[in-house]
Ligand binder design. Sequence first.
Ligand SMILES: [Zn+2]
Length: 292
Amino acid sequence: MIGRFAPSPTGPLHFGSLLAALASYCEAKTQGGTWLVRMEDLDKPREITGAADHILRTLEAFGFEWDGEVVYQSERSALYQDALSQLKANSLIYDCDCSRKEIADSAQHGIDGLIYPGTCKYKANVKAPYASRVMVHSNPIAFIDVIQGAIQQNLAQDIGDYVLKRADGLYAYQLAVVVDDFEQRISHIIRGADLLDSTPRQIYLQQLLNYPTPQYAHIPLASNARGEKLSKQTLAPAIDASQASMWLSQALKFLGQQAPKDLEEYPISNIWQWAKQHWDIQKVAPHRNHPV
Ligand SMILES: [Zn+2]
C-alpha cells in the first residue's frame, strides 16, 4: 500500500491541504504502508519562492514522516515526454493551435471549463506553437470512490479532448499526475474533492498508457465563513505549527473521526498515537459544511 501527498507550492500549507495530508498519512500508516510526498511544481509562473520548503518544514513540525526523497515534478519532464510520445505513437493525441478566443467562440461550457469542440482533430496544417490534446470517447468512465461512492463521467460530453502539453511547453497536471502516480507505484490516492472531476480524465490516461488504476478516496472540502472552498485563491489562513495540536484535532474531527473532546490539549505525539489507533476512513462523510 503506497499513499502520497502532493501539494502545489503556490503558498503555505492551509487547512484544506492539511486534511489531505492527514487522511492520506493515517490511511497509509494504519495499513503498514508507505507515504510519499511529491511537489506539484510544474506551473513555475504560479509558484511562490520558498513555498515548497515552507510546506515541508510545516509537515515536519506537525510530526508527519514521509518515506524516501521528496519528488519534484519540475525535474521529471523526460518522463512526461515519454508518456506523451507513447500516446502519439498510438495516434491518440493531436496538435492544436486554437487560440483561447477561437475556443471560446465555438465551445460549450462543460463541468470544468469549455468543452473543446475538436476543431484541430482533422486539421492538416497546425502552426507552432501548438498544444497536444488527447482524443476522448463517449463510453462512460466509472469508478467507485471510497468516500464519494459511484462516480461516472462521459469525457466526450462533459470535457472534450483535453490538453496534455500546453502550447507554452508546460505539461498538463492531468498527464504529470498520472505518470507520477504510476512511476511511484501509488496504490491509494486520497485527496480533496475538488479533484473528483479530474479523476475520470486520469483514469482514461491510465487506460491508454496501460497503467493500473489506483483506489481513489476524495475527502470533503473545507470552506470559509463565506462558504468558499479553502484555497490559496480564497486566502485560506496558513496553519501555524505552533498550534499543531489544535489544527490536527480540528482536522481529525472534520474528517469524522470520533476524537475525544479535549484531544487538542494532548501533546502532538499523543494525538498521532490516538490517530494511528483509531483512524477509520469509513467515518469520513462525503460532504461537510463546516466553516473553519
Ligand atoms: Zn485547435
